[in-house]
Ligand binder design. Structure first.
Ligand SMILES: Cc1cc2nc3c(=O)[nH]c(=O)nc-3n(C[C@H](O)[C@H](O)[C@H](O)COP(=O)(O)O)c2cc1C
Length: 424
């Protein structure tokens, strides 16, 4: 029997994921957005629900929704589902519909809550301090304003509110996005966080906001069956940024706080890392697997997921067999083949379909694939060079609008714009 079909039980919630796999958070850009009317941002659409219905059929152990911004004015990108208490409408019913279909076949469903901090296109961003994110691939970022302690308190409460909404909508848990250079990751990084108060300086201080987020989530959702999770960088790969040793210490604290699941990733807009940073990991596919191997023995209870790079059943099974991690995370392969994990378990596939798009634009091409899944159209097969050229033309705006699948207009923002710079 494939190791990919072995269930995983989480220590605190007692919840069991049917398989040791995770669909990592991917910005879907399928919800409402209005540049002027903030109240018209972030409402769930039928396309968003359809997307999660399809992933729900894929034998994925844990489906991570999102990201879901907890502030409608601090967005990584437009058109994601938003949970912001300032909105006049109730986010629960829309999310509930998506969560219900995502969990219809037994997957656990958790929502990734996020705040963009300085990595946003907005004019007046906030961050830990006033360290500006350098321009990336055509995107520029305004100099952020250091958050006041009151604003930190408000953000902490907003994460708690986000968790409460997810709970009310029937999610099994929440994930705080503390990776890839977004707000919580900015606080963790000594490169970006120059504060001299209780939230800056020592790692303990830089970690304080993260600790408070989970305390607030538990205050607003006391039910222990609601899973706590984080996505955190194994390292920032930037001078003065979060180091591996610091990340390991943070993971130990997160384990002590009572998290069920820690998902390891790496990098930020300044130093993108969805690629091999080490020659030694190439054979094993997963970019951060060596970090995971050093962190996992230090964890007493939390299960460890590692995301980034997995493409073959053999490499996924090897990581599980060697206890490098407890859960294998996938993103891009599941936009090409939403049922890939089920098909691997059933012995129908051994590897993800080849992706011939340049690495630098694969976020953009994945968002096009997400749009196709969400509208029931054929998923562009990026193993076919001609299809790649077609999708690239669409991303570059060289294809007529009527040919474009749903969702095309916003695909060139944030992740993929930065990746267009070819840094990946
Ligand atoms: C289209 C797309 C959107 C993404 N959006 C997010 C996001 O919202 N939150 C997040 O934590 N990571 C995001 N990521 C990163 C993925 O979750 C994952 O960490 C990364 O793609 C590496 O995994 P992979 O090699 O399996 O694709 C995104 C990736 C892609 C391709």
């Amino acid at each position: 029997m494939s190791l990919l079909s072995q269930p995983v039980t989480f220590p605190h919630s007692g919840l069991t994921a049917p398989t040791p796999t995770l669909k990592s958070a991917m910005t879907e850009r399928l919800c409402t957005y209005d540049a002027e009317n903030l109240d018209e941002r972030g409402k769930v659409t039928p396309e968003y629900i359809k997307l999660y219905e399809e992933w729900g059929k894929g034998a994925i152990g844990v489906i991570v929704l999102g990201n879901l911004p907890i502030s409608r004015t601090d967005l990584e990108a437009p058109k994601n589902a938003i949970i912001d208490a300032r909105s006049s409408w109730d986010p629960v019913p829309g999310l509930k519909r998506a969560i219900d279909v995502a969990k219809a076949h037994g997957s656990l469903v958790i929502g990734q809550l996020t705040h963009g901090g300085r990595q946003v296109s907005e004019e007046n961003p906030v961050s830990a301090s006033d360290v500006q994110c350098p321009p990336m691939g055509g995107m520029t970022f305004a100099k952020p304003r250091p958050m006041t302690v009151q604003e930190i308190d408000d953000v902490v409460k907003a994460f708690g509110y986000g968790a409460k909404v997810l709970y009310d909508a029937g999610a099994h848990g929440m994930q705080a996005h503390s990776a890839h250079g977004y707000l919580l990751s900015q606080f963790l990084s000594a490169r970006v966080n120059k504060r001299t108060d209780d939230y800056g300086g020592s790692l303990e201080n830089r970690f304080r906001i993260v600790r408070r987020v989970f305390e607030e989530v538990r205050r607003q959702v006391p039910d222990q069956k609601f899973m706590l999770s984080i996505k955190i960088n194994s390292a920032d790969f930037a001078d003065g940024g979060l180091t591996f040793e610091e990340s390991k210490q943070a993971c130990i604290w997160l384990d002590q706080i009572g998290l069920d699941l820690i998902e390891l990733s790496g990098g930020s807009y300044e130093s993108l890392a969805f690629e091999h940073k080490k020659e030694s990991t190439k054979k094993r596919e997963a970019f951060f697997v060596e970090f995971a191997e050093q962190i996992r023995p230090a964890l007493k209870n939390a299960k460890l997921a590692v995301t980034g790079g997995f493409r073959t059943k053999q490499a996924m099974e090897q990581a599980l067999k060697e206890h490098s991690c407890d859960v294998v995370g996938l993103a891009r392969p599941l936009t090409a083949e939403p049922y890939l994990i089920r098909e691997m378990i059933e012995g129908k596939k051994d590897a993800a379909r080849e992706n011939k798009a340049p690495n630098a634009v694969q976020t953009g091409t994945s968002i096009v694939q997400i749009g196709a899944i969400a509208t029931g159209k054929p998923i562009p097969d990026l193993a076919d060079e001609a299809v790649v050229q077609d999708v690239l033309a669409l991303l570059q705006g060289k294809k007529p609008k009527e040919d474009k699948p749903h969702q095309e207009q916003d695909v060139k923002t944030s992740y993929e714009k930065s990746e267009n710079k070819g840094k990946l």
